[in-house]
Design a protein around this ligand. Structure first.
Ligand SMILES: [Zn+2]
Length: 106
């Protein structure tokens, strides 16, 4: 009589499985090896060194792929104080959404 209803153990189990999966199923793909310099388009100050995957324009960058961070305020150029990116979350990972035309990538 004092055993908890089975549904509770079932829910607790579901919750644990979910917690485990979200902890383990993080995108742990191999990081791209190509590193690019992201600079402010206005004053050419280096902002980030970044491991960029794929080709094409940089529209977002994942915080975990930034290898060198020269900024003092997230998304703001330390030199001319122009905002070049906004903080966001992409599939649960913190990232920056680059504002079009505010940075150059080399
Ligand atoms: Zn700048």
């Amino acid at each position: 009589m004092d055993e908890p209803p089975a549904v509770f153990s079932y829910l607790a189990c579901l919750f644990l499985v979910h917690a485990y999966n979200s902890a383990m199923a993080k995108p742990r793909k191999k990081l791209p090896t190509r590193s690019v310099n992201i600079s402010c388009a206005a004053c050419k100050t280096l902002l980030y060194k970044y491991r960029k995957g794929g080709k094409g324009a940089l529209v977002k960058c994942f915080v975990e792929r930034i290898t060198e961070d020269q900024t003092t305020k997230a998304g703001v150029c330390p030199q001319c104080e122009q905002t070049f990116a906004r903080e966001t979350m992409i599939r649960g990972a913190p990232a920056f959404k680059i504002i079009g035309g505010k940075v150059t990538v080399k």
